[in-house]
Design a protein around this ligand. Sequence first.
Ligand code: HEM
Length: 304
Amino acid sequence: MYSFPFPFEEGQSHYFYKNNAVQMKNRTTVQITPNYLKEMKLKRDTIIKNPERCFVALDHTYEAQWEATLYIAKELALRYPDTFTMTSRKYGFTLNNHLLKEEVRFDYKVNKEPLNDIGKHVQEDLILMFQREGQLFLDAGQLCFPSNWSLAFNKGMAFMDIHRPVPGFQEGQLDRRIERFLLHLCPGDPFERSNWSLMAGETLNTHLETFPEWGKKRYSVTEDTVGNYVHVRVEVQKLHRLPKTYTILFTIHTHLLSLKELSKDLNKANQLYTILLSLPKPIEEYKGITPYKSHVMNYLEGVL
Ligand code: HEM
């Protein structure tokens, strides 16, 4: 049964950046939710319209892409046997996707972008981080539902540089400490964390490149529309070390829930209110909440 992944820890009343990655209990990579069909259509349409925004891969990444593809396909067939079937062949496998009514062949070296191909069957964004010289680099990925960042811009970039725009992330060398933690991830011992924000509207494919289209919605929130229009946006992020290529597979599953829906649970509404009250200004601005924050606070006060 699907439930929205509320991002705050029990009793948490302040928000600050820290390493909130925890060891994963159920060791999963991807999740099929009731929005599967809608999101797969949006993902595929976004890829067709702007392929260069949605997929990047440096030449050396093929083996890791293939390993990630097998890893995800095996999990789909194991966890969702009524929905996915995987049949091995000499140089690859066939994936039957019963939800999309598709039979797709995956052949080693014939599929030139295997990560992009398997990504068309899962709601998650899929990023591969490569380890060299004590650092992690984003050398391949499929990204269709980003929270205001650009895959094309970040292609080949190091973990610390990717996080440079995040306010306060370098304080106390948090970025370095998180990278060190990631460098020590082991195969078979995955971690997960969540990231949250608020957004005006319900758009999943918020690439940095299209900011002028969706960013202006932040200024159109009103007292009357705020409950249905503003959404809590949560990214469930999972970190798996792939055993053969030693790449890190970083999956991002983005979930949206309107303030109105969230407020049906008063405890959750209250915790969100408290955390928003204490949110440091630079983080609030970075998350893009400032233009409509007063409407959100008034709405939550009305509910509580
Ligand atoms: C290893 C894979 C990871 C990748 C590829 C990645 C990538 C990114 C990107 C592209 C951004 C947006 C930066 C921008 O505004 O341009 C971001 C934000 C952020 N990342 Fe990561 N990240 C990773 C892992 C982590 C981990 C393990 C943590 C913490 C334990 C973390 C914490 C954060 C935080 C706190 C933000 C700011 C988000 C917000 O406040 O809305 N990241 N990350």
